[in-house]
Design a protein around this ligand. Structure first.
Ligand code: ADP
Ligand code: MG
Length: 349
Protein backbone atom coordinates (compact mmCIF):
# COMPACT_ATOMS: atom_id res chain seq x y z
CA UNK A 1 0.00 0.00 0.00
CA UNK A 2 2.33 2.64 -1.33
CA UNK A 3 0.00 5.61 -1.15
CA UNK A 4 -0.66 5.23 2.60
CA UNK A 5 0.96 7.70 4.93
CA UNK A 6 4.11 6.34 6.56
CA UNK A 7 3.76 4.46 9.83
CA UNK A 8 5.47 6.05 12.77
CA UNK A 9 8.93 4.75 13.63
CA UNK A 10 9.00 3.49 17.18
CA UNK A 11 11.76 2.27 19.44
CA UNK A 12 11.13 -1.41 20.26
CA UNK A 13 11.05 -2.36 23.90
CA UNK A 14 13.74 -4.50 25.49
CA UNK A 15 11.66 -7.70 25.48
CA UNK A 16 10.93 -7.43 21.75
CA UNK A 17 14.58 -6.66 20.98
CA UNK A 18 15.65 -9.72 22.92
CA UNK A 19 13.13 -11.92 21.17
CA UNK A 20 14.35 -10.81 17.76
CA UNK A 21 17.99 -11.31 18.73
CA UNK A 22 17.13 -14.73 20.16
CA UNK A 23 15.83 -15.79 16.77
CA UNK A 24 19.37 -15.58 15.40
CA UNK A 25 21.08 -17.39 18.24
CA UNK A 26 18.53 -19.94 19.41
CA UNK A 27 17.10 -21.99 16.61
CA UNK A 28 16.36 -25.19 18.51
CA UNK A 29 17.18 -26.87 21.82
CA UNK A 30 20.64 -27.85 20.57
CA UNK A 31 21.56 -24.20 20.01
CA UNK A 32 20.50 -23.33 23.58
CA UNK A 33 22.60 -26.23 24.87
CA UNK A 34 25.55 -25.01 22.81
CA UNK A 35 25.40 -21.55 24.38
CA UNK A 36 25.02 -22.90 27.93
CA UNK A 37 27.74 -25.52 27.64
CA UNK A 38 30.13 -23.01 26.08
CA UNK A 39 29.46 -20.73 29.04
CA UNK A 40 30.34 -23.60 31.38
CA UNK A 41 33.58 -24.27 29.49
CA UNK A 42 34.42 -20.55 29.58
CA UNK A 43 33.86 -20.70 33.36
CA UNK A 44 36.60 -23.33 33.65
CA UNK A 45 34.28 -26.24 34.48
CA UNK A 46 35.83 -29.71 34.77
CA UNK A 47 32.48 -31.48 34.72
CA UNK A 48 29.37 -30.44 32.86
CA UNK A 49 26.06 -32.22 33.15
CA UNK A 50 23.18 -31.62 30.76
CA UNK A 51 19.66 -32.86 31.48
CA UNK A 52 16.90 -32.57 28.90
CA UNK A 53 13.21 -33.43 28.74
CA UNK A 54 11.22 -33.79 25.54
CA UNK A 55 14.29 -33.29 23.41
CA UNK A 56 15.04 -30.10 25.33
CA UNK A 57 11.79 -28.32 24.57
CA UNK A 58 10.31 -28.64 28.05
CA UNK A 59 13.59 -28.64 30.00
CA UNK A 60 17.29 -28.01 29.53
CA UNK A 61 19.40 -27.96 32.68
CA UNK A 62 23.16 -27.43 32.54
CA UNK A 63 25.12 -27.89 35.76
CA UNK A 64 28.80 -27.01 35.94
CA UNK A 65 31.55 -26.82 38.55
CA UNK A 66 33.07 -23.68 37.09
CA UNK A 67 33.90 -20.37 38.76
CA UNK A 68 30.29 -19.31 39.34
CA UNK A 69 28.72 -15.87 39.19
CA UNK A 70 28.77 -13.57 42.24
CA UNK A 71 25.27 -12.76 43.47
CA UNK A 72 25.71 -9.05 42.80
CA UNK A 73 26.42 -9.84 39.14
CA UNK A 74 23.48 -12.16 38.47
CA UNK A 75 21.19 -9.43 37.09
CA UNK A 76 23.97 -8.29 34.74
CA UNK A 77 24.53 -11.86 33.53
CA UNK A 78 20.97 -11.77 32.17
CA UNK A 79 21.28 -8.30 30.66
CA UNK A 80 21.83 -7.99 26.96
CA UNK A 81 25.31 -6.93 25.80
CA UNK A 82 26.75 -7.60 29.24
CA UNK A 83 29.76 -9.91 29.33
CA UNK A 84 32.75 -10.62 31.55
CA UNK A 85 34.75 -11.96 28.62
CA UNK A 86 35.83 -8.94 26.62
CA UNK A 87 36.08 -5.27 27.41
CA UNK A 88 34.96 -4.14 23.98
CA UNK A 89 38.21 -2.48 22.98
CA UNK A 90 39.80 -5.50 21.36
CA UNK A 91 37.40 -7.53 19.22
CA UNK A 92 40.37 -9.11 17.50
CA UNK A 93 41.63 -10.88 20.57
CA UNK A 94 38.84 -13.22 21.59
CA UNK A 95 39.93 -16.27 23.53
CA UNK A 96 36.60 -17.38 25.00
CA UNK A 97 33.61 -19.02 23.35
CA UNK A 98 31.35 -16.17 24.41
CA UNK A 99 31.78 -12.46 23.92
CA UNK A 100 28.47 -11.03 22.75
CA UNK A 101 26.74 -11.17 26.11
CA UNK A 102 23.54 -12.19 24.41
CA UNK A 103 22.91 -15.84 25.16
CA UNK A 104 21.31 -15.63 28.58
CA UNK A 105 19.27 -12.55 27.66
CA UNK A 106 18.05 -14.32 24.53
CA UNK A 107 17.17 -17.52 26.35
CA UNK A 108 15.27 -15.53 28.97
CA UNK A 109 13.27 -14.00 26.14
CA UNK A 110 12.20 -17.27 24.51
CA UNK A 111 11.84 -19.54 27.56
CA UNK A 112 11.62 -19.56 31.35
CA UNK A 113 15.19 -19.17 32.50
CA UNK A 114 16.73 -19.50 35.91
CA UNK A 115 20.36 -19.15 36.86
CA UNK A 116 21.55 -20.44 40.23
CA UNK A 117 25.17 -19.92 41.10
CA UNK A 118 27.71 -19.89 43.87
CA UNK A 119 31.28 -18.65 43.92
CA UNK A 120 33.81 -19.92 46.42
CA UNK A 121 33.55 -18.30 49.84
CA UNK A 122 30.01 -16.96 49.36
CA UNK A 123 26.41 -18.10 49.60
CA UNK A 124 24.56 -19.20 46.49
CA UNK A 125 21.79 -17.20 44.81
CA UNK A 126 19.19 -17.67 42.14
CA UNK A 127 17.68 -15.32 39.58
CA UNK A 128 14.81 -16.02 37.20
CA UNK A 129 13.79 -14.48 33.91
CA UNK A 130 10.86 -15.08 31.62
CA UNK A 131 9.21 -13.16 28.84
CA UNK A 132 12.39 -11.08 28.72
CA UNK A 133 11.90 -9.76 32.26
CA UNK A 134 14.30 -10.59 35.07
CA UNK A 135 13.06 -11.25 38.61
CA UNK A 136 14.92 -10.41 41.80
CA UNK A 137 17.64 -12.58 43.34
CA UNK A 138 16.87 -15.09 46.10
CA UNK A 139 19.25 -17.15 48.24
CA UNK A 140 19.85 -20.73 47.11
CA UNK A 141 21.91 -23.68 48.29
CA UNK A 142 24.26 -25.40 45.86
CA UNK A 143 27.88 -26.45 45.34
CA UNK A 144 30.28 -23.97 43.77
CA UNK A 145 29.44 -23.54 40.14
CA UNK A 146 26.36 -22.74 38.14
CA UNK A 147 23.05 -24.37 37.28
CA UNK A 148 21.17 -22.86 34.37
CA UNK A 149 17.69 -24.14 33.78
CA UNK A 150 15.62 -23.35 30.72
CA UNK A 151 12.01 -24.49 30.69
CA UNK A 152 9.40 -24.29 27.96
CA UNK A 153 11.68 -23.09 25.21
CA UNK A 154 9.82 -21.00 22.62
CA UNK A 155 6.62 -20.85 24.70
CA UNK A 156 6.62 -17.13 23.91
CA UNK A 157 7.26 -17.68 20.19
CA UNK A 158 4.89 -20.48 19.10
CA UNK A 159 5.92 -20.07 15.44
CA UNK A 160 9.34 -21.41 16.36
CA UNK A 161 7.87 -24.44 18.11
CA UNK A 162 6.33 -25.60 14.87
CA UNK A 163 9.73 -25.90 13.24
CA UNK A 164 11.06 -28.29 15.84
CA UNK A 165 11.39 -31.94 14.94
CA UNK A 166 10.51 -34.96 17.07
CA UNK A 167 11.80 -35.15 20.64
CA UNK A 168 14.09 -37.91 19.51
CA UNK A 169 15.57 -35.85 16.66
CA UNK A 170 16.04 -32.82 18.92
CA UNK A 171 17.74 -34.98 21.57
CA UNK A 172 20.00 -36.36 18.87
CA UNK A 173 20.94 -32.83 17.79
CA UNK A 174 21.71 -31.95 21.42
CA UNK A 175 23.97 -35.01 21.70
CA UNK A 176 25.76 -34.08 18.46
CA UNK A 177 26.34 -30.54 19.70
CA UNK A 178 27.80 -31.86 22.93
CA UNK A 179 30.05 -34.32 21.08
CA UNK A 180 31.48 -31.51 18.97
CA UNK A 181 32.26 -29.33 21.95
CA UNK A 182 33.63 -32.34 23.85
CA UNK A 183 36.11 -33.16 21.06
CA UNK A 184 37.84 -29.85 21.65
CA UNK A 185 37.71 -30.17 25.45
CA UNK A 186 39.02 -33.67 26.19
CA UNK A 187 39.92 -32.80 29.78
CA UNK A 188 36.34 -31.86 30.63
CA UNK A 189 33.77 -34.51 31.55
CA UNK A 190 30.35 -34.35 29.89
CA UNK A 191 27.11 -36.20 30.53
CA UNK A 192 23.75 -35.90 28.83
CA UNK A 193 20.74 -37.42 30.55
CA UNK A 194 17.09 -37.68 29.71
CA UNK A 195 15.03 -36.35 32.61
CA UNK A 196 11.99 -38.59 32.21
CA UNK A 197 13.64 -41.98 31.72
CA UNK A 198 16.82 -41.12 33.61
CA UNK A 199 18.69 -42.68 30.71
CA UNK A 200 22.26 -41.50 30.11
CA UNK A 201 22.41 -40.53 26.44
CA UNK A 202 26.07 -39.59 26.42
CA UNK A 203 28.82 -39.92 28.96
CA UNK A 204 32.38 -38.76 28.41
CA UNK A 205 34.77 -38.90 31.33
CA UNK A 206 37.60 -36.36 31.57
CA UNK A 207 40.65 -37.62 29.70
CA UNK A 208 44.08 -37.28 31.24
CA UNK A 209 47.59 -37.35 29.82
CA UNK A 210 49.96 -35.21 27.81
CA UNK A 211 50.21 -34.01 24.24
CA UNK A 212 47.65 -35.51 21.85
CA UNK A 213 46.83 -38.47 24.13
CA UNK A 214 43.72 -36.94 25.75
CA UNK A 215 42.44 -35.90 22.33
CA UNK A 216 42.98 -39.37 20.94
CA UNK A 217 41.18 -40.96 23.88
CA UNK A 218 38.27 -38.55 23.55
CA UNK A 219 37.98 -39.14 19.80
CA UNK A 220 38.03 -42.88 20.46
CA UNK A 221 35.18 -42.44 22.93
CA UNK A 222 33.16 -40.37 20.46
CA UNK A 223 34.02 -41.71 17.01
CA UNK A 224 34.92 -45.26 17.98
CA UNK A 225 38.07 -47.36 18.05
CA UNK A 226 37.78 -48.12 14.36
CA UNK A 227 38.37 -44.44 13.62
CA UNK A 228 41.30 -43.94 15.98
CA UNK A 229 42.92 -47.28 15.03
CA UNK A 230 42.90 -46.14 11.42
CA UNK A 231 43.89 -42.54 12.00
CA UNK A 232 47.21 -40.78 12.06
CA UNK A 233 48.15 -37.75 14.12
CA UNK A 234 48.62 -34.46 12.31
CA UNK A 235 51.27 -31.94 13.11
CA UNK A 236 52.01 -29.11 10.73
CA UNK A 237 52.67 -25.40 10.88
CA UNK A 238 52.62 -22.59 8.41
CA UNK A 239 52.95 -18.87 8.90
CA UNK A 240 51.68 -18.85 12.44
CA UNK A 241 48.84 -21.34 11.89
CA UNK A 242 49.17 -24.75 13.52
CA UNK A 243 47.36 -27.91 12.46
CA UNK A 244 46.83 -30.82 14.84
CA UNK A 245 44.26 -33.58 15.13
CA UNK A 246 43.69 -37.01 13.65
CA UNK A 247 43.10 -37.95 10.04
CA UNK A 248 41.82 -41.39 9.05
CA UNK A 249 43.61 -43.39 6.39
CA UNK A 250 42.00 -43.24 2.94
CA UNK A 251 40.95 -46.88 3.37
CA UNK A 252 38.66 -45.77 6.21
CA UNK A 253 36.61 -43.48 3.97
CA UNK A 254 32.88 -42.96 4.46
CA UNK A 255 30.04 -42.77 2.00
CA UNK A 256 29.05 -39.35 3.38
CA UNK A 257 30.86 -36.47 5.03
CA UNK A 258 29.61 -37.53 8.47
CA UNK A 259 32.93 -37.78 10.25
CA UNK A 260 34.48 -34.44 9.41
CA UNK A 261 35.07 -32.14 12.30
CA UNK A 262 36.88 -28.85 12.07
CA UNK A 263 37.84 -26.56 14.95
CA UNK A 264 39.39 -23.14 14.93
CA UNK A 265 41.01 -22.16 18.21
CA UNK A 266 38.90 -24.81 19.94
CA UNK A 267 35.64 -23.62 18.39
CA UNK A 268 33.66 -26.10 16.32
CA UNK A 269 32.98 -24.50 12.94
CA UNK A 270 31.26 -25.42 9.69
CA UNK A 271 33.44 -23.75 7.18
CA UNK A 272 33.65 -24.40 3.45
CA UNK A 273 37.24 -23.26 3.20
CA UNK A 274 38.33 -25.80 5.81
CA UNK A 275 36.21 -28.74 4.67
CA UNK A 276 37.23 -27.98 1.08
CA UNK A 277 40.88 -28.14 2.13
CA UNK A 278 40.23 -31.40 3.95
CA UNK A 279 38.79 -32.92 0.81
CA UNK A 280 41.66 -31.58 -1.29
CA UNK A 281 44.20 -33.18 1.06
CA UNK A 282 42.80 -36.60 0.16
CA UNK A 283 41.95 -35.85 -3.46
CA UNK A 284 44.47 -38.21 -5.08
CA UNK A 285 43.87 -40.97 -2.56
CA UNK A 286 40.15 -41.40 -2.59
CA UNK A 287 37.56 -42.52 -5.11
CA UNK A 288 34.82 -40.12 -6.13
CA UNK A 289 31.83 -40.37 -3.84
CA UNK A 290 33.95 -41.33 -0.82
CA UNK A 291 34.55 -38.89 2.02
CA UNK A 292 37.53 -38.62 4.33
CA UNK A 293 37.11 -38.85 8.11
CA UNK A 294 39.11 -36.46 10.27
CA UNK A 295 39.12 -34.12 13.21
CA UNK A 296 41.19 -31.06 12.36
CA UNK A 297 42.24 -28.43 14.85
CA UNK A 298 43.60 -25.19 13.50
CA UNK A 299 45.07 -22.85 16.06
CA UNK A 300 46.47 -19.40 15.56
CA UNK A 301 46.73 -16.03 17.19
CA UNK A 302 43.08 -14.95 17.71
CA UNK A 303 43.91 -11.73 15.88
CA UNK A 304 44.36 -13.72 12.66
CA UNK A 305 40.82 -15.02 12.54
CA UNK A 306 37.54 -13.17 12.91
CA UNK A 307 34.93 -15.20 14.80
CA UNK A 308 32.49 -12.32 14.84
CA UNK A 309 30.88 -12.96 11.46
CA UNK A 310 28.01 -15.26 12.42
CA UNK A 311 25.49 -14.97 15.30
CA UNK A 312 25.99 -18.59 16.35
CA UNK A 313 29.74 -18.21 15.63
CA UNK A 314 29.71 -21.24 13.32
CA UNK A 315 31.63 -19.41 10.62
CA UNK A 316 34.98 -17.69 10.76
CA UNK A 317 37.07 -15.52 8.47
CA UNK A 318 40.80 -15.95 8.29
CA UNK A 319 43.01 -13.03 7.53
CA UNK A 320 45.03 -15.30 5.26
CA UNK A 321 42.72 -18.05 3.96
CA UNK A 322 45.14 -19.24 1.26
CA UNK A 323 47.78 -19.98 3.86
CA UNK A 324 45.32 -21.92 6.03
CA UNK A 325 44.23 -23.94 3.02
CA UNK A 326 47.82 -24.85 2.13
CA UNK A 327 48.54 -25.76 5.73
CA UNK A 328 45.69 -28.28 5.73
CA UNK A 329 46.26 -29.67 2.25
CA UNK A 330 49.99 -30.19 2.65
CA UNK A 331 49.69 -31.21 6.32
CA UNK A 332 47.28 -33.97 5.34
CA UNK A 333 49.21 -35.07 2.25
CA UNK A 334 52.47 -35.35 4.14
CA UNK A 335 50.92 -37.27 7.03
CA UNK A 336 49.05 -39.62 4.71
CA UNK A 337 52.08 -40.18 2.47
CA UNK A 338 54.17 -40.99 5.56
CA UNK A 339 51.57 -43.48 6.79
CA UNK A 340 51.23 -45.20 3.41
CA UNK A 341 55.00 -45.36 3.12
CA UNK A 342 55.37 -46.79 6.62
CA UNK A 343 52.75 -49.46 6.12
CA UNK A 344 54.17 -50.54 2.75
CA UNK A 345 57.70 -50.79 4.18
CA UNK A 346 56.39 -52.85 7.14
CA UNK A 347 54.68 -55.14 4.68
CA UNK A 348 57.92 -55.52 2.72
CA UNK A 349 60.06 -56.46 5.69
P1 ADP B 1 28.78 -14.24 26.93
O1 ADP B 1 29.05 -15.69 27.11
O2 ADP B 1 28.88 -13.81 25.49
O3 ADP B 1 29.60 -13.37 27.83
P2 ADP B 1 26.20 -14.86 28.06
O4 ADP B 1 24.88 -14.19 27.96
O5 ADP B 1 26.27 -16.25 27.57
O6 ADP B 1 27.24 -13.95 27.31
O7 ADP B 1 26.66 -14.82 29.57
C1 ADP B 1 26.75 -13.56 30.22
C2 ADP B 1 27.77 -13.61 31.36
O8 ADP B 1 27.26 -14.43 32.42
C3 ADP B 1 29.10 -14.20 30.99
O9 ADP B 1 29.99 -13.23 30.42
C4 ADP B 1 29.60 -14.75 32.33
O10 ADP B 1 30.23 -13.73 33.07
C5 ADP B 1 28.34 -15.15 33.04
N1 ADP B 1 28.05 -16.59 32.93
C6 ADP B 1 27.15 -17.18 32.09
N2 ADP B 1 27.13 -18.52 32.27
C7 ADP B 1 28.06 -18.79 33.22
C8 ADP B 1 28.53 -20.01 33.87
N3 ADP B 1 28.03 -21.21 33.54
N4 ADP B 1 29.48 -19.89 34.81
C9 ADP B 1 29.99 -18.68 35.14
N5 ADP B 1 29.60 -17.52 34.58
C10 ADP B 1 28.65 -17.56 33.64
MG1 MG C 1 27.82 -17.22 26.37
Amino acid sequence: NISASPAAIRQLDEAAINRIAAGEVVERPASAVKELVENAVDAGARRIEVVIAHGGRSLIRVTDDGCGIPEAQLPLALARHATSKIDGTDLLNIRSFGFRGEALASLGAVGRLSVTSRVEGAEGARIGMSGGRAEGCAPAALDCGTVVELRDLFYATPARLKFLRTDRAEAQAVADTLRRIAMAEPRVGFTLRDDESGRVILRLDPERGEGQAPLEARLRAILGAEFTDNAIPLEAEREGHVLTGLAALPTYSRGAAVQQFVFVNGRPVRDKLLTGALKAGYSDLMHAGRHPAAALFVTCDPARVDVNVHPAKAEVRFRDPASVRSLIVTGLRQALAGATHRSSSTNAS
